[in-house]
Design a protein around this ligand. Sequence first.
Ligand SMILES: NC(=O)c1ccc[n+]([C@@H]2O[C@H](COP(=O)([O-])OP(=O)(O)OC[C@H]3O[C@@H](n4cnc5c(N)ncnc54)[C@H](OP(=O)(O)O)[C@@H]3O)[C@@H](O)[C@H]2O)c1
Length: 258
Amino acid sequence: MTTLVTGATGHTGRHVVAGLKAAGVPTSVLVRDPVKAPDGVDVVHGDITEPDAGGVDAVYLLWPFFTADGIEKAVKPFEGKKIVYLSAMSAEAGGVWGDVEAAVRRVTDDWTFLRVTGLATNALAWAPQAATGVVRAAYGQAKRSVVHERDVADMAVKALTGDHAGQVYLVTGPEAVAQAEQVRLIGEALGRPVTWEEQPPEEAVAQLGATLGADFAAGAVNYWASLVDDPEPVSLDVPRVTGHPARPFAEWAREHFN
Ligand SMILES: NC(=O)c1ccc[n+]([C@@H]2O[C@H](COP(=O)([O-])OP(=O)(O)OC[C@H]3O[C@@H](n4cnc5c(N)ncnc54)[C@H](OP(=O)(O)O)[C@@H]3O)[C@@H](O)[C@H]2O)c1
C-alpha cells in the first residue's frame, strides 16, 4: 500500500512523511520542485491540481487555494482510494473547505476529514514584528485553539494507516489561547518581551486584503472579533486518536522562536 503525501514540503506534510516513514509505510510525495522533496521517499513531480495517482492507494490531501475551482479534476485520480484531507472547522458552513470535502465525498467513501480551527503556524506571520518587540494586529483577546502541525500530522498518520473512514475530526490544541497571550509566549520563547499592540479592524482588513483578498480578509477579521467573547472550541480528538495530549502553544513557540 503506497501513500502519497501532498504538501510534503509544507508544515504538516513534512511531519506526515516522517511519521509514515517511521511506521514503515511505503510513501511517495507529490512536489512541484523535486529539489525540495524530503529524502528517502519516491518523488512524483507534479501539481496538486493535476496529480498522478498511479500506484497509490491512499493520499494526504492539501488544497492550498482560496477557491475550490479545479477540485473535481484534482480528486478524480483518487476515485475509490483513501483520502485524508486537511480541512477546517468552517467547512461546516461551506466555503472552500466545505466544497473540497463535498468533492472528496463524491469520489470515495474512504475519506477522513481533519478539520482544524487554526494552525499554530499562522503565528509565523508575526515573526518579523516579534523581532522588534511589538506585534500590531487586530483582536488580541480573540481566543484560538490553534493546533501544532505535529499533532495534525500524527492524526493524519493514524487516519492513513488505520480505519477512520467517514470520520470528521475536530483537530485543535489543548486550550484556547488569546492572540495577545500567544505573542507573550513567543516573547518568552525568544527570551525577551514581545507585546501586543491593538490594530483597528479596518486597518487589519486592508493589510490582510492585500495578500488574502478583500472578502477573505474581512471574513477572517470578523471571525476574530467573534472569538473575544466566544472562544474557539477545544476538542479531545487529538488525544483520543493519537493517544497523546495535544501539544500546547508554548511548546510550539519554543520550537519555532528561539
Ligand atoms: N492556516 C490555518 O489556520 C488553516 C486552517 C484550516 C485549514 N488550513 C489548511 O491547511 C493548509 C496548509 O497546510 P500546511 O501548513 O501543511 O502547508 P503549508 O506549509 O502552507 O505549505 C503548502 C504546501 O502546499 C504545496 N503546494 C502549494 N501549491 C501547490 C501546487 N499547486 N501543487 C502542489 N503542491 C502545492 C507547497 O509546496 P511548494 O513547496 O512547492 O510551495 C507546500 O508543500 C492550507 O492550504 C489550508 O487548506 C489551514
